[in-house]
Write a protein that binds this ligand. Structure first.
Ligand code: NAD
Length: 371
């Protein structure tokens, strides 16, 4: 079988769903790999790093040749139209975002697996792109904040006195938030954090940060957070206002599955922050946790710098690609037998992630999102 690795259709996306080391592992599974020339360059891998693969001249040719295409972001509609009927697309497909994408996949009779929809079960953890890429995002968010803050993160003593450590407040303690806390702590900041899921209290404490208690608990389906009622929101805002005002840096990561990001930091809260304070809003892509965030921009709102990073994983494309590519390998490997593809259709990992098959949308969650 032929595995094609997509070159992302925009240059800002620097990740690749393959690393040079994985080529041999795929060959052991009977795969031959097709790449477009220069596919790895954005992640600093020259073509020569990928031994034994087949090169084609254009990214679109990869789609036309492969039985399975792996991608780090949704392909263009033209690329989908180039795919062979019955071929497979696997990767980050943002299946909630585009009915046109679903139509194109159906028209081409492509079997598509959106890895964002993996069930959060133990067996699926090695394939979990949301967790691996959230780890990268959380780490980078802390570094972006440190880079833009007008203060040191650590406590320092110097010849004329002592510098107090920066105060960092992290809102949302899922995978990204916990990594942001850990990274800010490694840099020596004093960290406070908040989430609506009560189990995060212990996780926050174990990283040496202080949990801010608003009294709001909001756990919904599957143990994920749910949206807050108006009364809960008011209660949350009252407590968080104080924590935000005291912080030099706020990092927000809050998200509710299938919903726009909850607005948590209001314009009034921003106005009460110290001049020069920095806010990094990791939810910018889902609309933002902060009033006024613009995806891909740094903007001053009053005296506060609000940053809405786009393509944040592409700031460290080598390790982000390595994690993503290993996730994809772990997803595909169980479905190869004796060197040939053999999909285990009864596997819940397959049914949860499959969005289109035989020309039809087959995923209930996607149908709900797209209305
Ligand atoms: P996410 O990206 O969906 O959300 C980020 C965080 O925002 C979550 O912790 C959520 O509780 C929080 N949040 C939502 N609304 C909020 C609000 N109003 N105020 C404050 N915080 C708010 O989360 P995620 O990183 O994908 O992880 C979510 C859950 O999945 C966690 O329980 C995590 O432990 C679990 N998980 C399980 C596995 C597994 O395989 N077992 C893997 C990864 C994550």
């Amino acid at each position: 079988w032929t595995l094609g690795i997509a070159t992302a259709p925009v240059p800002e996306e620097r990740r690749l769903a393959l690393t040079p080391e994985l080529v041999a592992k795929y060959e052991q599974l009977g795969a031959s790999i097709v790449l477009a020339k220069g596919a790895g360059l954005r992640a600093h891998w020259p073509d020569a790093a990928f031994e034994g693969v087949t090169w084609v001249d254009s990214p679109q040719a990869v789609f036309a040749r492969a039985d399975v295409v792996a991608c780090v972001m949704p392909p263009t509609l033209d690329e989908i139209a180039a795919m062979r009927p019955g071929s497979v697309l696997v990767g980050a497909l943002r299946p909630w975002a585009s009915a046109q994408q679903i139509d194109a996949l159906c028209a081409q009779r492509v079997t598509a697996f959106a890895l964002e929809l993996l069930p959060r079960i133990t067996r699926a953890q090695p394939m979990d792109i949301l967790s691996s890429q959230a780890t990268v995002a959380g780490y980078e968010a802390a570094l972006i904040a440190a880079d833009h803050a007008p203060k040191f993160f650590p406590m320092l003593t110097f010849a004329a006195g002592t510098i107090r450590p920066a105060k960092v407040f992290v809102i949302g303690c899922g995978v990204a938030g916990l990594q942001a806390i850990a990274t800010a702590r490694r840099l020596g900041a004093m960290v406070e954090a908040y989430d609506v899921r009560p189990e995060t209290r212990e996780q926050v404490a174990s990283l040496g940060a202080k949990f801010v208690d608003t009294g709001v608990v909001a756990v919904g389906a599957g143990g994920y957070a749910r949206e807050l009622t108006e009364a809960e929101q008011a209660q949350q805002t009252a407590v968080l206002s104080k924590a935000v005002a005291a912080a030099d840096v706020v990092i927000t990561t809050a998200s509710v599955p299938g919903r726009p990001a909850p607005k948590i930091v209001t314009q009034e809260m921003l106005a009460a922050m110290r001049p020069g304070a920095v806010v990094v809003d990791l939810a910018a892509e889902q609309g933002g946790n902060v009033e006024g965030t613009v995806l891909g921009e740094k903007r001053w709102i009053g005296d506060v710098l609000v940053i809405g990073p786009a393509f944040i994983q592409s700031r460290m494309p080598v390790h982000a690609s390595e994690m993503f590519a290993k996730n994809v390998w772990h997803f595909l490997a169980p479905h190869v037998q004796d060197g040939a593809l053999a999909w285990q259709w009864e596997d819940e990992i397959v049914t949860a992630t499959c969005i289109t098959r035989d020309g039809a949308l087959v995923n209930e969650r996607v149908r709900e999102w797209l209305g």
